[in-house]
Design a protein around this ligand. Structure first.
Ligand code: FRU
Length: 473
């Protein structure tokens, strides 16, 4: 199995201890960025859901705050339920959290939308007339969760994830006062090919388009989807003309977006997925170390000139860079096919631009988290002829399995990679953020080497920058 000690992440957000899943209630309020999250404060597995809480001045360093919501009422007190995912808005200086109360009665899940408020952003009080939406509309079903609220033209709107007859959907509500809600319409739904249940839907405008982002169940390897299209508020219907994946990796789920004071649309996702996640048993590589799960780095999103989303790591993360290593204009000959990168460590950032002259069956890439004895390594390899970026974690540790493949939309004979490694999380941004791939690995601490490799000829490293990233904790 994977070796004994599991380092906690250095520059990713984690709970102080124990279990974490979806990011909730992302908002800038009274001078701080607030991040709430699905949390089980009594163990490193999923359990009755609380909202953990932290705040930050810069989205880089975080201060842990007391748990904001705990199961306590008839609509949210249940060992197998609790305070499920939701969002936050500010109105008249008050911070409102809108979440799903979940209880199980027999074999029936009862999910309702609830409200809690705070004047200081730290202590929250549940609304005495909860739930504000006690039951789903006829178009929905018992799966009825993850409210995301926003303001548009002087009104509040809420989108809630649901499903019916095996088709995922997003349901739209509106309100004047955040307390009384009217159902408007099915905002959007699967045609059968887009998942059987839509978790954590999020609708927002970006440039002159609208984006609907959600985490579908039942789409296999596709875990996070975005649709780009247009919103008709008169009928409460969103129509789309294109679709993409928010992240193509094994481990990225339930992203939520918000706009910050600089006007940036930022998303944070859970750096994990339910695939191997145990719900009620203690299992998983880090759980012996009393923690499980983390948030991705915050990503700024924008609309690319081709009409698809672009993702970039936020600027603020540059403040963590130290120990710069740089290479430029290096033609790699087949006889020197391995180039050591002279930065070692388990928390690293790499920026590289590669060009090539022919479209032959060549490949290049990195061995990440290499152990001194060569036993452990994680291969990130680009195959030019197949235009495929491959993340191979079959030799990463003793636990991880699977090869994650991502088709690259290759325009010319070059590739840019922006790689973030932080102990067990690896996030790879491709070609200025056209695509992103997040995967987890669990190598031992001494696996801290990096190599660039190249199979074939005529490959040129235009530039390669690498840094150690300092710990935020
Ligand atoms: C997504 C999700 C949400 C739900 C929460 C429960 O990962 O399943 O739909 O609200 O997790 O923790």
């Amino acid at each position: 199995g994977a070796s004994g000690v599991f380092l906690r992440l250095k520059y990713h957000f984690m709970a102080p201890a124990y279990w974490i899943n979806d990011p909730n209630g992302l908002i800038f309020y009274k001078g701080y960025y607030h991040l709430f999250y699905q949390h089980f404060p009594y163990g490193s597995t999923w359990g009755s859901m609380h909202w953990g809480h932290a705040r930050s001045k810069d989205l880089v360093s975080w201060e842990h705050l007391p748990v904001a919501l705990a199961p306590s009422e008839e609509y949210d007190l249940d060992e197998c339920g609790g305070c499920f995912s939701g969002s936050a808005v500010e109105h008249d200086g008050v911070l409102y959290l809108i979440y799903t109360g979940t209880i199980i009665r027999g074999d029936k899940v009862i999910q309702s939308q609830c409200l809690a408020m705070s004047d200081d952003g730290i202590v929250f009080k549940k609304y005495e007339r909860n739930p504000v939406i006690p039951a789903p509309p006829a178009e929905g079903s018992n799966d009825f969760r993850d409210p995301k609220v926003w303001r548009h033209n002087g009104k509040w709107y809420m989108v809630v994830g649901s499903c019916k007859d095996g088709k995922g959907k997003a349901l739209l509500y509106s309100s004047e006062d955040l307390r009384n809600w009217s159902y408007i319409n099915v905002l959007a739904e699967s045609d059968g090919s887009l998942g059987s249940m839509w978790e954590c839907p999020d609708l927002f405008s970006l440039g002159d388009k609208h984006v609907l982002m959600f985490s579908p169940m039942g789409m296999g390897e596709k875990k996070t989807i975005y649709l780009i299209g247009d919103m008709n508020y008169d009928i409460g219907r969103f129509t789309w003309d294109r679709m993409g994946e928010v992240d193509c990796g094994f481990e990225y789920y339930a992203p939520q977006s918000f706009v910050d004071p600089q006007g940036r649309r930022i998303i944070i996702g859970w750096s994990n997925a339910w695939d191997w996640m145990p719900w009620f048993q203690s299992f998983g590589p880090t759980s012996e170390n009393n923690w499980c799960g983390a948030m991705s780095i915050p990503r700024q999103i924008s609309l690319g000139s081709n009409g698809y989303l672009l993702f970039s790591s936020i600027e603020e993360l540059k403040s963590l860079r130290t120990n710069h290593f740089r290479l430029t204009d290096l033609n790699v000959h087949p006889c020197q096919s391995v180039i050591p990168v002279h930065v070692r460590g388990t928390s690293i950032e790499i920026l590289v631009e590669i060009q090539w002259a022919s479209e032959m069956l060549d490949s290049f890439g990195f061995q990440l988290r290499c152990s001194p004895d060569g036993e452990q390594k994680t291969t990130l390899e680009y195959t030019i002829a197949r235009q495929e970026l491959i993340f191979d974690r079959t030799h990463s540790d003793g636990f991880s399995s699977g090869v994650c493949k991502m088709k690259i939309n290759q325009m010319d004979q070059s590739l840019k990679l922006h790689i973030f490694v932080d102990t067990c999380c690896v996030e790879v941004f491709v070609n200025d953020g056209e695509q992103v791939m997040s995967n987890n690995i669990y190598p031992s601490i001494e696996a801290d080497g990096i190599e660039f490799f190249c199979n074939g000829s005529d490959i040129r490293i235009v530039s390669l920058d690498a840094w150690n990233l300092r710990s935020i904790w």
